[in-house]
Design a protein around this ligand. Structure first.
Ligand code: SF4
Length: 64
């Protein structure tokens, strides 16, 4: 599973980072970026939760 953040949509709430810091982090500009190429299976559920909770729908999940 892969995830990506649409940087044109992300508003920098940081909810994704709080939900799944193993996959997302905030940049110096205050927006979210994905820090893994492939989401480790043990963090997949949290990454999905982050996707669901993103207020801007800025997170896309791609399944293998
Ligand atoms: S929750 Fe959504 S809008 Fe907020 S920082 Fe994460 S990706 Fe960006």
């Amino acid at each position: 599973m892969k995830v990506r953040v649409d940087e044109d949509i992300c508003a920098g709430h940081g909810i994704c980072v709080a939900t799944c810091p193993e996959v997302f982090r905030l940049t110096a500009d205050g927006f979210s970026e994905v820090i893994v190429d492939v989401v480790p299976p043990e963090h997949a559920a949290a990454a999905r939760t982050a996707e669901e909770q993103c207020p801007e729908n800025a997170i896309e999940v791609e399944f293998d």
